[in-house]
Design a protein around this ligand. Structure first.
Ligand SMILES: Cc1cc2nc3c(=O)[nH]c(=O)nc-3n(C[C@H](O)[C@H](O)[C@H](O)COP(=O)(O)O)c2cc1C
Length: 240
C-alpha cells in the first residue's frame, strides 16, 4: 500500500473479528517498531506482547477497574475482542545511561548535555524523549497494521491500574507503559468511534504556522553556525 493511503486509512479500530492474527505479522509489526527513530539511538523501549487468549485476558483483568469489569461498556466489550495486545514501554534510565556515554559526554563539554561529561546527564530536553520515542514506535505499529490489512488502536492504561499491570507481568521497575495497542482483524460491523467522531479535524491554517505566529522578517538562508545548532551530526547542540 502507498504510504499516503496507509496514513489516510489509519484510524483507531475498537472492535475485532475472532480471526487470529498470523504471528509472523505481529513479528513484522514489532520489527517496524524497532525501526523507529530514538534520541541518541537510545532505543530505550520494550514491548510486552500478549498474543494468547489467556495472556490477553490477564491484560484486561490487570488494567480494568473491577467496577467496569463487572458491567463492561461498549468500549471494553469491543476492545477485549482483540486477539493481540502490545504494551509499549519506555525507560528513562536507558536515556540517562545513553547520554552519559562518551560521545554524548563530549557534547556536554560543549554545553549540549550539562553534566554528561561527569557521567551525570541532566538531559536538558523540554519533553521526555523516552516517551516521544515509544510513541514513534507505536505509530509505526499502527501504520504497519493498516498496511497488513489489520486494525489497531492505541489507548491509555488507567494510572491506578499500572501497578497491577506491572505485578501481573513482572515488568522491570525502570520501564513505564506509555499505553497499549490492540491489534486484530477489524470486525465487519465495526464503525469509527471515539473522539474523532465527535470533533472535527483542525484545519491546516489553524495548526500550521509557517514562519511563526506573527509577521517575521525572513532572513533568508540560515547562517552556517545557526544551522549547526540544529544539526543532527554526532555530539551537536541538541545531542539527538
Ligand atoms: C496518547 C493517546 C492516547 C489515547 N488514548 C485512548 C484511549 O484511552 N481510548 C481510546 O479509545 N482511544 C485513545 N486514543 C485514540 C484517540 O482517541 C484517537 O487517536 C483520536 O480520536 C483520533 O482518531 P483516529 O486515531 O481514529 O484518527 C488515544 C490516542 C493517543 C495518541
Amino acid at each position: 500500500m502507498e504510504l499516503a493511503e496507509v496514513v489516510h486509512r489509519r484510524r483507531m479500530v475498537r472492535r475485532y473479528s475472532p480471526d487470529p492474527v498470523d504471528p509472523a505479522v505481529v513479528d513484522r509489526l514489532l520489527r517496524y517498531a524497532q525501526r523507529a527513530p530514538s534520541a541518541g539511538f537510545s532505543q530505550g523501549w520494550a514491548f510486552l506482547v500478549l498474543d494468547t487468549p489467556a495472556d490477553v485476558a490477564r491484560f484486561w483483568t490487570a488494567t480494568t477497574p473491577p467496577e467496569r469489569a463487572a458491567a463492561p461498556g461498549r468500549w471494553l466489550r469491543g476492545m477485549t475482542t482483540a486477539p493481540v495486545v502490545v504494551v509499549p514501554m519506555s525507560s528513562e534510565a536507558a536515556y540517562r545511561r545513553r547520554y552519559a556515554e562518551r560521545d554524548k559526554a563530549a557534547a556536554g563539554e560543549r554545553g549540549g548535555v550539562p553534566g554528561a561529561a561527569e557521567g551525570r546527564a541532566d538531559l536538558p530536553w523540554s519533553v521526555p524523549y523516552w516517551h516521544v520515542d515509544a510513541g514513534m514506535a507505536s505509530l509505526l505499529v499502527l501504520l504497519g497494521a493498516v498496511d497488513e490489512g489489520l486494525g489497531a488502536c492505541f489507548f491509555g492504561i488507567p494510572a491506578d491500574r499500572v501497578a497491577h499491570l506491572r505485578r501481573e507481568f513482572a515488568v522491570p521497575a525502570d520501564l513505564a507503559p506509555v499505553g497499549a495497542l490492540t491489534i486484530g482483524h477489524r470486525h465487519p460491523t465495526e464503525t469509527a468511534g471515539g473522539s474523532a467522531t465527535r470533533r472535527p479535524r483542525r484545519p491546516a491554517d489553524e495548526v500550521v504556522h509557517r514562519g511563526g505566529w506573527h509577521p517575521v522578517e525572513r532572513s533568508g538562508a540560515l547562517q552556517p553556525d545557526h544551522g549547526e545548532q540544529h544539526g543532527e551530526q554526532e555530539g551537536e547542540q541538541h545531542g539527538g
